[in-house]
Design a binder for this molecule. Sequence first.
Ligand code: BGP
Length: 481
Amino acid sequence: MAVVFPEGFLWGGATAANQFEGAWDVDGRGPSVDDHFMGGSFERPREITRDIDPNKLYPNHDGIDFYHHSEEDIALFAEMGFKVFRMSISWSRIFPTGEEETPNERGLAFYDRVFDCCREHGIEPLVTLSHYEMPYHLVEKYNGWESRELIELFYRYATCVIDRYHDRVRMWLTFNEINTGTSALGAMMSTGLIRGYEGPSSGIEVTPQQCYQALHHQFVASGRVVRYAHETNTELKMGNMDCFILSYAATCDPADVWANECEMNRMNWYCSDVQVRGAYPFYARRYWREHGVELAMEPGDLDDIAAGKVDFYTFSYYMSSTVGTHADMEMTQGNMVFGGKNPYLESTDWGWQIDPTGLRYALNQIYARYQIPLMVVENGMGAYDKVEEDGSIHDAYRIDYLKRHVRAMGEAIDDGVDLIGYTWWGPIDLVSAGTGEMRKRYGFIYVDKHDDGTGTCARSRKDSFFAYQKIIQSNGASGLD
Ligand code: BGP
């Protein structure tokens, strides 16, 4: 039976300012945390330097220069038929250190141009307020979200951009993959807990106390911003954003099943239970106790969380893993998490296990739990692409990944899930968050930019560009064979 997507389904693509804008020091922008990350690879983690060393390469500084290609890129998205374009605002473009009293007008003007251009093409912007970044000054001064000060500073930034753009941007997400704040890389990128970190050998360790305290501050900030948005314009829709790392019990040993249940609570449900239901979940207290977490809260924090429930649930989905208690488990990894290998699944060149059925399963699980509209705001495949002599790129592997995941979404919709949209991660090649590489490509649009910083930044269409175009044009009714 053909897959039927609802009328008005939001097809599109997703990006993040720090990974594609470039222009890191242009028009008054301040350095953000990502500007201190050097490039790495699958084998070699990215290193952070406290000072920017002019002799080193920081891939996020140039990104793919969307800053100077925005009109061309949005036109290409429109050519594919995008209904929605997910992007983030760079906080340090608006408040360069995060502590200014007034915003940087030149930064605001850039996003005016971007949103106007989207509107001209009939594309709805979906904006993430914080996608793995914050002004670097806040890391040095406050150790990021460990400090309560960040709540007010983020609120100042978020309310400023909501005031400026709410007539053109109706859909907002507060924090990208907020749940990765409990992982090592997420603690650096998402919550900025890296004061004193000088590279993998520096020995700085982040404790559960720091991670969960930082998350608490983000929950309060998110709650206040959601409430502000709802009061400012009743048409605004506010979402959470979780990295859904679906895991299966490695065996049917009840000990494995229970271990997986605990991991699903910790990794996948903890943050969304707070942001969707407006309260900490029942299992949190035992977890905190057993991990030495004692949250410092102020009066009103829980009210802010309760008043800031989101309107729709969004998530990224790339892979699944397994969880078990047996010593002989073979492990694999993504960018933010590690997990067990699943013998029934194939993996990408970076070891991410491909599991379209897992997407259907995840959508059903999430919808059963929350019963609010869902949106897949990241899904995609990082791969090496070969450019043929005539410039064409035949990325059949990416098309296959796309089709299988779209079919899985169609099944979930048929199951009864209220799924409202899908934004492919990296519709245009951009810098990898996990490794800082360019050669780990996700795009339907190729960008001539390389790991050594060379390249013209010229854009071209891969085969997948036309495959996605066909799917969108038929609203998922064809192009999936
Ligand atoms: C998610 C992030 C994105 C993106 C994506 C792909 O975790 O939200 O920013 O980068 O993963 O990951 P990577 O770039 O590490 O391949």
